[in-house]
Ligand binder design. Structure first.
Ligand code: PDD
Length: 279
């Protein structure tokens, strides 16, 4: 497997992490995950824009131009020979003796990996089962930061219960936020609902493509409004979106069947349009 660290392509076994890299000790950094379809990275400009915003919010200096990051993505795809895969990259604040405040004179580290990967078509055709867990994450979920313990614990809950996905909800308000690494939507009486963009959720690139390109094209209606788990259980359809899941139907939440227990018509039409865009 091929990796990239601070300007050099390396095999993953050779890669060395500095012990006092702040990403390693504090989770002090940001990341992006993109998908490669037929040798091309999909929606890279949107990912780069989100990356820049995450860096800005954490006050990590920007030391790569978008053109460079684009070239590194193209190089790693070419060198790996991978046609369909997943690219992960992260930028940490840098390496310095451990102290909580930002150290002076540190230079951010960029690392990247690529792996073969394809969306799970079986999940897309049949839908997935999800479990609900309390959203215990911090209050800046709009930043794609390396601090993912809340998401990791949420996803593990699904694994422990033998289901494929997790939906998180805020206990204080009884409102669903998003998946453990996806955005969540329901369809009720022909209208799509999803959580509004604020600090409680990540602005998914897939979500933006749905909202800006696919939903208007299909003439569908969406409301960006939070809803309760009970409301979601009574929905006609439910689905999640992410770079790796694309549009994946949710047919069961904690044992409650959603709609007919099969992927809904609107969900299927969104997935079909998404496939048109990426292929
Ligand atoms: N996760 N919400 C969260 C919390 C996420 O981690 C992700 C993506 C999304 C969807 O974003 P996008 O459509 O840009 O992939 C929403 C990536 C895939 C990950 O952690 O691997």
């Amino acid at each position: 497997e091929l990796g990239f660290f601070d300007g050099e392509f390396i095999s993953l076994d050779e890669a060395k992490v500095r012990l006092e890299d702040r990403g390693y000790q504090f989770g002090d950094g940001i990341y992006e995950a993109t998908h490669v379809y037929n040798g091309t990275c999909f929606a890279l400009p949107r990912h780069l824009a989100r990356c820049r915003r995450s860096l800005r919010e954490l006050r990590i200096p920007i030391t790569y131009m978008d053109e460079e990051l684009t070239a590194i993505h193209q190089d790693i795809i070419k060198k790996s020979g991978i046609k369909d895969g997943a690219i992960y990259y992260q930028i940490t604040r840098g390496t310095a003796p451990r102290t909580h405040y930002f150290p002076e004179h540190v230079v951010p580290h960029l690392s990247m990996t690529i792996r073969e990967s394809k969306p799970n078509t079986e999940w897309q055709e049949n839908g997935i089962h999800c479990t609900l867990v309390e959203d215990i994450r911090w209050l800046r979920c709009d930043i794609k930061s390396l601090n993912l313990l809340g998401n990791v614990l949420a996803k593990q809950a699904a694994h422990d219960k033998g289901v494929q996905g997790t939906i998180q909800f805020r206990k204080d308000q009884n409102l669903i936020t998003e998946g453990s690494s996806s955005n969540f939507y329901i369809v009720k009486d022909g209208i799509i609902w999803t959580h509004p963009l604020n600090h409680y959720i990540l602005k998914g690139v897939t979500r933006s493509i749905l909202m800006e390109e696919i939903i208007p094209k299909l003439g569908l209606t969406v409301v960006e409004k939070a809803f309760s788990p009970e409301f979601a259980m009574s929905a006609d359809e439910a689905f999640v979106t992410s770079t790796s899941l694309e549009v994946t139907p949710v047919v069961n939440i904690d044992g409650h069947t959603i709609g007919q227990g099969a992927p809904g018509k609107i969900t299927q039409s969104l997935l079909t349009e998404y496939h048109r865009l990426v292929r």
